[in-house]
Design a protein around this ligand. Structure first.
Ligand code: TYM
Length: 342
């Protein structure tokens, strides 16, 4: 199997490059898993992959130092447990590569205030925490653009909620490339076939989110089997009794989506499997599928957390590999803008 070749630079002589990241806020959810992380481990055969824990993004919402530290280590270990092998991928902490913050500042000057103002996530988060509408929250998508553009990324695997940010990233890249000369590869956002938006089990019209409280609507990747089963048993269903996806059946549609993703089948196949099933049995089976998928991940995670020293070493080598690539792009950007370089 090929390992990542961090030395190559142009799109023609290398595998396509993938970049994605996840914020260490709250506890990673089944939504994060199904919408994004599930695919990351398997991409390194075909692509040159970089994955980051986006810790700089995490402070755009209020977070305690202890929580940020623990969440960051947890997510880094979890990514490895999910199959992101640090020997075949570049896995790193965003804040360990200062080029991210530097490029963000530079790109701020090629991002229009109106463009950033239109981001729905900014509007949503501002509404949810009106006393902490900070400039970092507003700048969040520009930092994300820096993350992506530093690595000459071709593909950005994300859930649906991040597509608008990837679009803004493309706008910024095109503006910079046109103003100077081609500098950044043009990235494309890619969402999974289904599961790009997993909904809460208790309110199937809302996104299943990391920070959405401790209710039973959100299944966490590291939840114990009994908690997972309880949450699925209590999942909100719909008024009739057919296990069929439909726009007026958001609860069952969400559960079918989860099942199809976990079982690697289509929604139609899942519907067929449960055509004679009642809701209680169906919910139990979806719960069991989640338990069985998540169990080996949790076990591997627990083993990894026993050796903090090794985790730190992996973080360091990931950051070194990422920095080498990032530096080349950043140098180019500084030069093109007209900064004196020594
Ligand atoms: P974050 O940490 O909110 O989520 C990580 C990934 O999980 C996806 N996701 C979902 N997918 C389906 N259903 C859900 N309910 C669900 N909830 C979350 C997200 O779409 C995402 O792909 N800003 C990013 C992190 C980031 C990033 C980047 C991503 C920072 N820099 C550069 C890509 C490229 C974020 O907050 O993801």
């Amino acid at each position: 199997m090929e390992t990542i070749n961090a030395q190559t630079t142009t799109n023609t002589e290398r595998k396509k490059r993938v970049f994605s990241a996840i914020k260490p806020t709250g506890n990673p959810t089944l939504g994060n898993y199904i919408g994004a992380m599930k695919y990351w481990g398997g991409m390194s055969d075909e692509y040159d992959c970089l994955f980051a824990v986006a810790d700089l993004h995490a402070i755009t919402v209020a977070i305690e130092p202890k929580e940020l530290r623990e969440n960051s280590k947890r997510l880094f270990a979890l990514l490895i447990a999910l199959g992101v092998d640090p020997q075949k991928n570049i896995l790193f902490m965003q804040s360990h590569v200062p080029a991210h913050a530097e490029l963000c500042w530079l790109l701020n000057n090629y991002t229009m205030f109106g463009e950033a103002s239109r981001m729905t996530q900014f509007k949503d988060k501002s509404r949810k925490a009106p006393d902490n509408v900070n400039v970092g929250l507003f700048d969040y998508p520009v930092l994300m653009a820096a993350d992506i553009l530093l690595y000459q990324t071709d593909i950005v695997p994300v859930g649906e909620d991040q597509l608008q940010h990837v679009e803004l990233c493309r706008t910024i890249a095109a503006r910079f490339n046109n103003r100077y000369s081609p500098t950044f590869a043009m990235p494309e956002g890619k969402v999974p076939k289904f599961g790009a938006r997993v909904h809460s089990l208790s309110d199937p019209t809302a996104k299943m989110g990391k920070s959405e409280g401790s209710g039973d609507g959100t299944v966490f990747i590291l939840d114990k089997p009994e908690d997972i089963m309880r949450k699925f048993k209590r999942a909100v269903t719909d008024s009739d009794s057919k296990v069929k996806a439909a726009s007026d059946k958001p609860g069952i549609t969400n559960l079918l989506t989860i099942y199809a993703s976990l079982d690697d089948c289509t929604i139609e196949e899942a519907e067929k499997e449960f055509e004679n099933s009642d809701y209680a049995n169906f919910k139990r089976r979806v719960g069991e599928a989640a338990v069985e998928t998540l169990r080996p991940i949790r076990e591997k995670y627990e083993a990894l957390r026993k050796d903090e020293g090794e985790l730190m070493r992996l973080m360091q080598s990931g950051a070194e590999a990422a920095s080498r690539i990032a530096k080349r792009t950043l140098d180019k950007v500084y030069k093109k803008i007209g900064f004196v370089r020594v």
